[in-house]
Design a protein around this ligand. Structure first.
Ligand SMILES: CC(C)(COP(=O)(O)OP(=O)(O)OC[C@H]1O[C@@H](n2cnc3c(N)ncnc32)[C@H](O)[C@@H]1OP(=O)(O)O)[C@@H](O)C(=O)NCCC(=O)NCCS
Length: 264
């Protein structure tokens, strides 16, 4: 029987069967190789290490394994420490920073270090630079539940849910931006900054490197926070600030001086 004798309905069945077969084969390939994650992001499944064995690392593990934009994109291979003897955390192995290279060559795994603002963010900066110098590449985590209208966000940023980051904002490297903040249009954030929660940075502000901003702070439009400024919780910043000063109150006034030993 020639092809011209096949009824068009049968032809349609054959086409549908072929399309279904292609779909099934493609789905199996995706599952095997992670060609496309559930969020539609292209690229293979990559191995990832989280620096730390504390609360922030545990939160990072939670977000990275639950957020639909990340959970199929990265495989968490373990955690990195330099000051702890624990060998397992979140049911994953813990590797010492000093001999990380014995277990993972640079290039074989990516890293994220969402550590606290300890030592005015210099602690996290040191970890960031140490791993970069050894050739490891950092990712940034930007929650799929954040509203982000800029692509200018650096490496090793950890940006949680309910943040609104408006157009023309720029954010440097190594910034932790916890949940529920507003960063107004055209504001520029440097590197190694820690923003806690429910902060309003109005439009056109500049936040210098190493700043730490407590919960519920408001910053007036166009204000410039000098590098190493600390703003205490619930303050209202109406004027530019000076380096290595802690401000509190509304309008915010200098509360006291600080240095790189500061741990909040
Ligand atoms: C400003 C800050 C750094 C000062 O810390 P500190 O030097 O340890 O100061 P203390 O807590 O000992 O408080 C000293 C005095 O200042 C007051 N004070 C502290 N922070 C204040 C603030 N933000 N606004 C007004 N008063 C404040 C305290 O009530 C206390 O008053 P008292 O002497 O009358 O009792 C700190 O209070 C702060 O705001 N940290 C940020 C907290 C935060 O946002 N945490 C989020 C974690 S995710």
């Amino acid at each position: 029987m020639g092809l011209k004798n096949v009824h068009w309905v049968e032809m349609l069945h054959i086409v549908i069967f072929l399309l279904e077969s292609i779909y099934v084969i493609f789905s199996i390939l995706v599952k095997m190789d992670g060609v496309i994650g559930t969020d539609g992001v292209t690229g293979g499944v990559e191995d990832l290490l989280i620096f730390g064995t504390g609360n922030n690392a545990e939160c990072a593990y939670y977000y990275l394994t639950h957020d639909v934009a990340y959970k199929d994109k990265y495989v968490i291979k373990g955690f990195i420490t330099e000051d702890s003897d624990v060998t397992a955390f979140c049911e994953r192995p813990v590797y010492q920073l000093g001999d990380l290279g014995k277990h993972f060559k640079a290039g074989s795994v990516k890293v994220i270090a969402p550590s606290s603002g300890r030592n005015l963010n210099k602690y996290r900066e040191r970890i960031f630079n140490t791993l970069l110098e050894r050739g490891y590449e950092f990712i940034s985590y930007i929650s799929s539940k954040a509203n982000v209208f800029t692509e200018k966000i650096g490496r090793n940023c950890f940006i949680l849910e309910d943040n609104t980051i408006q157009p023309f904002v720029e954010i440097g490297d190594n910034c932790v931006i916890w949940s529920g903040n507003h960063i107004g249009h055209h504001s520029k954030l440097g590197s190694h900054i820690f923003m806690t929660s429910h902060i309003v940075i109005s439009g056109l502000c500049q936040i210098g490197n190493y700043c730490y901003i407590g919960v519920n702070v408001s910053i007036r439009d166009s204000c410039i926070l000098a590098p190493n400024t600390v703003i205490g919780m619930h303050s209202g910043v109406t004027k530019n600030t000076e380096s290595y000063k802690i401000y509190t109150g509304c309008p915010a006034k200098i509360f006291k001086e600080c240095d790189d030993t500061l741990t909040i």
